[in-house]
Design a protein around this ligand. Structure first.
Ligand code: ATP
Length: 233
């Protein structure tokens, strides 16, 4: 179980997070929703320790992670799939996947790659192709596949639907659900609140660096403010 309590993050004079508390229970899908600039990406970066909190607590299974380096967060099985996919464009699909296994949590690269292909068969067909020449949807699949190569206990997904056609978004979301069913907890940042709420057990709505609302999917779907602001009425 991962938990943040009263976490503050500043970028110089910008207070990006002003006391965030959240929890990702084992085996659950949790989403972080909210407008541009609300602090969603910063929350994921803080969990990966790519940014330092000014104050607050960060625990995994009751152990403080606040002083850990990004590399030890990865070793604990928290794997970040960043915004805008960030695949290595000049490397092949295969090379990108192998890079995902660099932390050696993964003893059998070949076996894990086969598991990735079971979710994303297209990546097997494109194995020797340079990642930069893949379509946007394929690049997103590769980015998630590369994260899976690190054998995540908790997968942090930043905007997997960004810039993709609705059909591909549906495909990716149903695979996210399958990945979760196989035992990986997921914390997902999404602009597409409707899709995110649909697959999540629990959601948090960020506004201006604070958590404005939270609840189960049922609770949020029936919340007038959420419907008006994020679900199109
Ligand atoms: P988006 O959906 O647009 O990615 P977000 O909810 O993920 O938004 P963040 O990227 O976490 O929001 O940004 C939160 C706030 O922190 C914003 O006001 C942003 O301008 C600011 N911010 C983010 N990164 C930096 C940085 N490196 N330096 C200064 N300010 C930053």
């Amino acid at each position: 179980m991962l938990s943040l309590s009263d976490v503050h993050v500043n970028y110089g004079h910008v207070n990006a997070l002003k006391g965030i508390s959240l929890q990702v229970d084992d085996g659950k899908i949790v989403s972080l929703l909210g407008a541009n600039g609300a602090g969603k990406t910063t929350t994921l970066k803080m969990i990966s320790r790519l940014v330092k909190p000014k104050k607050g607590a960060y625990e995994m299974d009751g152990k403080s992670m606040i002083k850990e380096a990004p590399s030890s967060i990865v070793k604990k099985g928290v794997i970040h799939c960043p915004e805008n996919r960030r695949v290595f464009p000049l490397f092949s699909v295969e090379e990108n996947l192998i890079i995902g296994a660099y932390n050696k949590r993964n003893k059998s690269v070949k076996q894990e790659m086969e598991k990735v292909f079971s979710y994303f068969p297209i990546l097997k067909d494109r194995l020797k192709q340079k990642a930069g020449t893949l379509s946007g949807g394929e690049q997103q699949m590769l980015a998630i596949g590369r994260a899976l190569m690190g054998k995540p206990n908790i997968l942090l997904l930043d905007e997997p639907s960004l810039g993709l056609a609705p059909k591909i978004v549906n495909e990716i979301f149903s695979i996210i659900k399958e990945i979760n069913k196989s035992g990986t907890s997921i914390l997902i940042v999404e602009q597409n609140a409707y899709k995110a709420i649909e697959i999540s057990d629990y959601s948090y709505v960020l506004e201006n660096g604070t958590i404005a609302l939270q609840g189960t999917s049922e609770e949020l779907k029936n919340n007038d403010e959420v419907r008006r602001l994020y679900l199109g009425g």
